[in-house]
Write a protein that binds this ligand. Structure first.
Ligand code: OSB
Ligand code: MG
Length: 371
């Protein structure tokens, strides 16, 4: 039986090596919240709350995550007794929504549990792979030439597929340019919900470009319209923002809102829910892949472990740490070699936090303890 004695929350800020722009915003720095759960017998587990700073991907922000973690998730965690992370996840499930905040606690619980049982996290989750295939996610660039340079760089590094962010006004032209410059590179696009039914003719054109999938063309709640669009396109639609809860996936599967699922640990509220989503998708014959939120090394290590599950048959967005950070917060960064990331066989999360580097980049810190 595990009881958590202290919860530590740290806001850590790191610069991005390359500005990343989506349909809604651009970023140069990221602030994530590290969660450390220490059990009453002294074992620690780390998790990461990888929320964007603004409410443009989901409703959460770093500030809402900090408040929910401090006022609700930490007290629930300090009051719980659990023998498996799924039990803590169900206690934290009293909190509606707030998946990013919950994910940090759930991953910390899995890290603690797998570490104290001497089992690698991937194995604890049901992983079967020694290596996972990585792709990259490329933001909107100032010009098509800049985008082609990014694609060239990542293909040279060995990544297995590229995902291009699109938005109305930055879609058919850059995608066509990438397809013709790199005809053998698998490409998919991600709209982050920026299109509506009024853009059907553009989506129809994208449908002719031989893309692996079109990720989240319509806004999160448009499951009925997504089903209608999927019935009219040959390219598979991949759901991202639409699936925050398992019930969203049940609805999407029933309606036929997409044929592929991007599973993000953060968006689903943690590894526990991510594994359930994987299991349900596999049961319905829906291939899945692991998406990311520019995680630092702690969240990135959890993403790699999850990607080892058997249903993750498509390349992930879990690139090496160096795609985003000159130096990561773990003593060993995540590395992609020839487009493959090794799944750790060490007990627990598989990466050790670099305490000095974390301390040097911490902008706020809070410790809550049992009373
Ligand atoms: O939609 O997948 C997305 C980053 C921030 C917000 C949304 C998304 C993304 C990415 C980055 O595509 C994926 C990564 O972590 O490399
Ligand atoms: Mg996406």
């Amino acid at each position: 039986m595990i009881r958590v004695g202290t919860v530590e929350l740290r806001r850590v800020r790191l610069p991005l090596v390359h500005e990343f722009q989506t349909s809604s915003h651009a970023k140069r720095f990221l602030e994530h919240i590290l969660v450390t759960l220490t059990s009453t017998d002294g074992t620690a587990g780390w998790g990461e709350i990888a929320s964007p700073s603004g409410p443009f991907y989901s409703a959460e922000t770093v500030a809402t995550c900090w408040a929910i973690a401090r006022d609700h998730l930490a007290p629930l965690t300090l009051g719980a007794r659990w023998s498996h992370p799924a039990e803590l996840a169900s206690a934290l499930g009293k909190v509606r929504g707030n998946q990013f905040a919950r994910a940090g606690f759930d991953v910390a619980a899995w890290s603690l549990w797998s570490g104290s049982h001497g089992v690698p996290l991937a194995e604890a989750l049901g992983g079967v792979r020694t290596h996972v295939e990585a792709g990259v996610s490329l933001g909107i660039e100032p010009t098509v030439d800049d985008l082609l340079a990014q694609v060239g760089l990542r293909v040279a590094e060995g990544y297995r597929r590229v995902k291009l962010k699109i938005a109305p006004g930055w879609d058919v032209e850059p995608v066509r340019a990438v397809r013709s410059a790199y005809p053998s590179v698998p490409v998919h696009v991600d709209a982050n919900g920026a299109y509506t039914r009024a853009h059907f003719s553009t989506l129809r054109e994208l449908d002719t470009l031989g893309l692996l999938m079109i990720e989240q063309p319509y806004p999160p709640r448009a499951l009925a319209d997504l089903a209608d669009l999927q019935s009219r396109l040959g390219t598979p639609i991949c759901l991202d923002e639409s699936v925050e809860e398992l019930d969203d996936l049940v609805t999407a599967l029933r309606l036929g809102s997409g044929r592929i699922l991007n599973i993000k640990v953060s968006r689903m509220g943690g590894l526990t829910a991510a594994v359930w989503a994987h299991d349900l998708a596999v049961e319905h014959g829906v291939p899945v892949w692991c998406g990311g939120m520019h995680e630092f090394g702690v969240g990135r290590a959890a993403n790699v472990a999850l990607s080892a599950l058997p249903g993750f048959t498509l390349p992930s967005d879990v690139s090496g740490s160096d795609k985003y950070y000159a130096r990561d917060i773990t003593t060993e960064p995540i590395v992609a070699t020839d487009g493959l990331v090794e799944v750790s066989t060490v007990a627990g999360l598989g990466r050790d936090p670099d305490l000095d580097f974390i301390e040097a980049n911490t902008v706020d810190r809070l410790v809550l303890a049992r009373d």
